[in-house]
Write a protein that binds this ligand. Structure first.
Ligand code: PGA
Length: 251
């Protein structure tokens, strides 16, 4: 399975710096993207400019959210067909920051993922437990419930992607042990196969949460880790390129 290294820029980047970052990743990549899929997810305002900056390269562009409806009276929202029209081919959905900041439920993430699939976008559905949930021994149950509630029919068949991001590892510099990552990814794989049959075997399961150049290789070598969703470290071209290089080395 080709690994996917996705950069989640979150709410960062004005025009000049965003385009410069995208160009730097593009130029730095050279032929090192061999065997690895690379994705940049800038804020809405930069999707079109970043798509133009990486045009002709192997780099794909994605959004960080979409509305469940294709169009209508939803002030401030952006739909999946709009993302597609702007040059995106992926969309991150149900990120824990959206679940926390905007009260997104599994049902809403499910509806958004359906909208993404209908628009021809590949959804990256994020799941992950809080520290309190992990400490209470409920991490796997929480993630299983998020998967059951958030993934729509046809998700696996359409090459949907799951990102496991423990909430307590995001932006904190802390990461779970390799054994904990392996255990959670194995659980997610089992749930995907139980739900989608053979197609569940082909779903890429990304790890996310404080991935950086220094820890990328051992994390990407964990069984069932099919790539990484990278936040902070994706804002520096050198760092992001080093993570991609780690994926190439492990693939
Ligand atoms: P981080 O964020 O790499 O800065 O921890 C990851 C994410 O939230 O996708």
């Amino acid at each position: 399975m080709r690994p996917l290294i996705a950069g989640n820029w979150k709410m960062n980047g004005l025009g000049a710096e965003g385009v410069a970052l995208a160009r730097a990743v593009c130029e730095g990549l050279g032929d090192r993207s061999n065997g690895v899929d690379v994705l940049l997810c800038p804020p809405f305002t930069l999707i079109e400019r970043v798509a133009r900056a990486v045009a002709g390269s192997a780099i794909a562009v994605g959004g960080q959210d979409c509305h469940p409806k294709a169009a209508g009276a939803h002030t401030g929202d952006v739909s999946a067909p709009m993302l597609k029209d702007a040059g995106a081919s992926f969309v991150i959905l149900g990120h824990s920051e959206r679940r926390a900041d905007h009260g997104e439920t599994d049902a809403l993430v499910h509806a958004k993922a359906e909208a993404a699939l209908a628009a021809g976008l590949t959804p990256i559905v994020c799941v992950g437990e809080t520290l309190a949930e992990r400490d209470a021994g409920r991490a796997e149950a929480v993630v299983a419930a998020q998967l059951a509630g958030s993934l729509p029919e046809g998700f696996a068949q359409a090459n949907g992607v799951v990102a496991y991001e423990p909430v307590w590892a995001i932006g904190t510099g802390r990461t779970p042990s390799k054994a904990d990552i392996a255990a959670m990814h194995a659980t997610i794989r089992a749930r995907l196969i139980a739900r989608f049959g053979g197609a569940g075997r082909g779903v890429r399961i990304l790890y996310g949460g404080s991935v950086k150049a220094a820890n990328a290789k051992p994390i990407l070598a964990v069984p069932e880790v099919g790539g990484a969703l990278v936040g902070g470290a994706s804002l520096r071209a050198e760092e992001f390129l080093a993570i991609i290089a780690a994926a190439v080395a492990v693939a």
